[in-house]
Write a protein that binds this ligand. Structure first.
Ligand code: HEC
Length: 172
């Protein structure tokens, strides 16, 4: 009977210890979950940054942002960018040089400077030189109008194009 009593006591002590260990383990697990939750805060901060980056890229690709840039463009800086065009283009109405006169070019009909011998590709573009068309053409003329006579590599910087186009808008 005594031995059984001791066995029972030892047994229940072991069980109690086990329960204690289980509780501790459980608490640790909860603690870790809490920790992970904290980690998730960091993890979710990252995707938000990614979203911002994505939006920026989208904004660069989409049209409206060029309009925004144009709204904030610097006309005086645009006049300086125009020095790259001066060798071939005059701004006076009807005065053609190597290239056609660029008087009132924004929204002017494409290939419409009288007396200028345009290439077939530019003649075939149709429509007007709207802000978007000018933006695309001036980025890389040879991509926009393959075979164009305009031997100009293009303006890689969007700000240069926005400033230049805002300057050209004043020439009317
Ligand atoms: C090396 C000479 C040269 C340079 C530099 C040059 N262009 Fe041209 N540009 C031309 C020629 C030539 C054409 C006619 C293209 C054709 O018919 O294929 C032309 C055509 C154009 C047209 C179309 C005009 C129309 O009446 O349809 C625009 C707009 C234009 N250029 C803008 C510019 C701007 C802005 C710059 C400076 C960033 C520039 N070009 C630099 C020679 C040049």
């Amino acid at each position: 009977m005594d031995t059984m009593g001791i066995t029972k006591i030892v047994g229940s002590a072991c069980a109690a210890l086990l329960v204690l260990l289980m509780l501790q383990w459980g608490a640790e697990t909860i603690y870790h979950v809490g920790n992970d939750g904290h980690g998730e805060d960091h993890a979710s901060a990252y995707p938000i940054e990614m979203d911002d980056a994505e939006e920026e890229t989208k904004a660069q690709e989409e049209g409206p942002s060029f309009a925004d840039m144009l709204a904030e463009a610097d006309v005086e800086k645009g006049a300086k960018v125009f020095s790259k065009c001066k060798a071939c283009h005059k701004l006076e109405a009807g005065k053609n040089g190597v290239g056609p006169s660029l008087f009132n070019i924004v929204d002017r009909a494409i290939a419409s400077s009288e007396g200028f011998g345009y290439s077939d590709v530019v003649k075939g573009l149709g429509g007007n030189w709207g802000v978007e068309e000018l933006n695309s053409f001036l980025t890389k003329p040879k991509d926009y109008a393959p075979g164009t006579k305009m031997s100009f590599s293009g303006l890689k910087k969007e700000t240069d194009r926005a400033n230049l186009i805002s300057y050209l808008q004043t020439i009317k």
